[in-house]
Design a protein around this ligand. Structure first.
Ligand SMILES: Cc1cc2nc3c(=O)[nH]c(=O)nc-3n(C[C@H](O)[C@H](O)[C@H](O)COP(=O)(O)OP(=O)(O)OC[C@H]3O[C@@H](n4cnc5c(N)ncnc54)[C@H](O)[C@@H]3O)c2cc1C
Length: 494
């Protein structure tokens, strides 16, 4: 997509790929386009991957994950014809002017198209200022964002659309390893003046230098290591040891029951295309196995094992449903974007008595009366994730314990985006809004607080899941060591 009306400048020194969302050097349509541009213009290709200090919910945890990814990219790019420029802001505002300085020497610029609001706004603001053509390219998923023109209200309706249209897009996959034997002129433009003002990120193995940076929110790094290499390893481990049991175990709260790829997908360290390719290769799939069904049914469309079908339904239908909503529904993060039936029923029950009420600080510190919820929140705080099923329960209980669904919404957004490594994603909002009724239907019986929005309880969860190991790891013994009696007093109950 053309982002501005400025021309290509063939007299300038290089083509620039300004990497903002798809932080990887493989399976990436934007990188493919940048290479195509560089070849046509016979120019070197420079990739700028920059990280500011003041992005929404910025923290040491998110920074560390992105910087680990940068180290992998630097290693990957070093022996190739591509020049890679990783930059991490040391003080707020320091990055200002970097893109402009590079663009003054760029023949053309390619960037990532993203439905994530702050990235979209950043690209639009840059486009208006640049005197050289800026194109954004969509490498978010399998179905291009522009292939639909509306937001789909349910997974069923979106799946029907996928069943009608995805086939043709499957053939147009990005190049798996575009840097392999890449032949382009080497960068001979001297970046010294630019790099003196905006020094390359040091990217040593310890990343100790990140300790010097100041963040508004104090969130320590999680143990999950960022980067394309880790993402590939995790994908391999999952397809070899987890996928067969996925349909049966995806709700269970153990480490190996799901892929744990969402953070890598969020930062673009791995692409949906690469995951799909590996799953389909493992299933010895070919396009003739794709069924002609267009009824929106979950089973039997790909023509592969039930476990792989179940996994692809999450990766393709559910993940891309969220991207579709962000791209096509204005104000998709506002409470009012809920379906009418959900708004009506939640409002009708907004003044119902709440047996338990917790403020954000009590939720943040796992200080509720519910040991399962506290454990999930503790894992979120420490590891930056909550397993699939418990994440739904986590949201439902916040709805139950908040003065108003609007307050529940803002608490969920704050806690999820502050701690989750996959937070701030279109699917952060689809998951959080699902808690309040998006993509769902009314369920009886009508209950206090929830109305006809789907209800979930910790008692049922305890019956449904084997939580013993989970609670041993994240449960109350864990809390005793960490939370002082004084903090417990802050618990707000009514
Ligand atoms: C309250 C709440 C908040 C959530 N916040 C986020 C978030 O911040 N970021 C995020 O990516 N997902 C979010 N989800 C959706 C889902 O919980 C995670 O995608 C999933 O737990 C990630 O774990 P995994 O990678 O092991 O998933 P797997 O089960 O291995 O699934 C593979 C991939 O499919 C996609 N996927 C799986 N489940 C869903 C789903 N329900 N909706 C959309 N995509 C899905 C993800 O990209 C995931 O990586 C949220 C759900 C809820 C209920």
């Amino acid at each position: 997509m053309r982002e501005n009306a400025a021309p290509v400048r063939p007299d300038r020194s290089f083509v620039l790929y300004w990497m903002t969302a798809q932080r990887r050097l493989e399976h990436n349509f934007a990188l493919d386009r940048a290479i195509e541009r560089a070849r046509a213009l016979k120019k070197p290709l420079l990739v700028l991957e920059a990280l500011r200090l003041d992005y929404p919910w910025a923290s040491r945890r998110l920074h560390r994950f992105v910087v680990e990814g940068m180290s992998v990219q630097a290693e990957h790019a070093a022996p190739t014809a591509l020049s890679y420029y990783p930059y991490v802001e040391r003080e707020r505002g320091e990055a200002k002017g970097l893109l402009r300085a590079l663009s003054a020497n760029a023949a053309a610029i390619v960037t990532d198209e993203s439905p994530i609001d702050f990235i979209r706004r950043m690209v639009e603001a840059a486009a208006a200022q640049l005197d050289v053509q800026l194109e954004s390219v969509d490498s978010n998923g399998l179905l291009p964002l522009g292939a639909t023109d509306r937001a789909y209200p349910t997974a069923h309706a979106f799946r029907r659309q996928l069943q009608k249209t995805l086939r043709e897009h499957l053939l147009a996959a990005p190049t798996p390893r575009p840097l392999l034997r890449l032949s382009l002129p080497r960068l001979d433009f001297d970046l010294e003046a630019i790099e003196t003002r905006w020094p390359r990120a040091p990217l040593d193995r310890t990343h100790k230098w990140l300790d010097e940076l100041e963040f508004e929110r104090d969130v320590s790094p999680a143990s999950l290591e960022g980067g394309a290499k880790q993402a590939r390893l995790r994908l391999r481990r999952f397809t070899e040891h987890g996928l067969d049991e996925y349909a049966k175990k995806r709700n269970q709260p153990s480490d190996s029951s799901t892929s744990e790829l969402s953070a890598y997908l969020h930062f673009g360290h791995i692409s949906a295309h690469a995951i799909l390719k590996r799953v389909l290769e493992r299933e010895a799939w070919d396009p003739t196995r794709l069924s002609a069904q267009r009824n929106g049914s979950r089973e039997g469309w790909w023509g592969i094992s039930a476990a792989a079908e179940a996994f692809l339904d999450q990766l393709v239908t559910w993940r891309e449903l969220g991207f579709n909503f962000s791209a096509h529904r204005p104000n998709d993060t506002d409470y009012e974007s809920l379906p009418d039936w959900a708004l009506r029923t939640l409002e009708r029950h907004a003044s119902d008595a709440r047996p338990h009420l917790y403020e954000l600080s009590a939720l943040d510190s796992s200080l509720t009366h519910d040991p399962i919820w506290n454990a999930a929140q503790r894992q979120l705080r420490e590891q930056g994730r909550i397993p699939n099923y418990l994440r739904m329960l986590w949201g439902k209980r916040i709805l139950e314990w908040s003065h108003h669904p609007r307050i529940a919404l803002s608490s969920m957004i704050e806690l999820n985006n502050k701690y989750a490594l996959d937070g701030r994603d279109p699917n952060s909002y689809s998951g959080i809004f699902w808690v309040l009724g998006r993509y769902d239907r009314a369920w009886g019986p009508e209950r206090p607080i929830f109305g006809t929005v789907r209800y979930m309880s910790s008692e049922n969860t305890r019956r449904k899941l084997d939580l013993r190991a989970y609670l041993r790891r994240w449960g109350s013994e864990h809390i005793e060591g960490q939370v002082s009696a004084g903090n417990r007093e802050k618990r707000l109950r009514r």
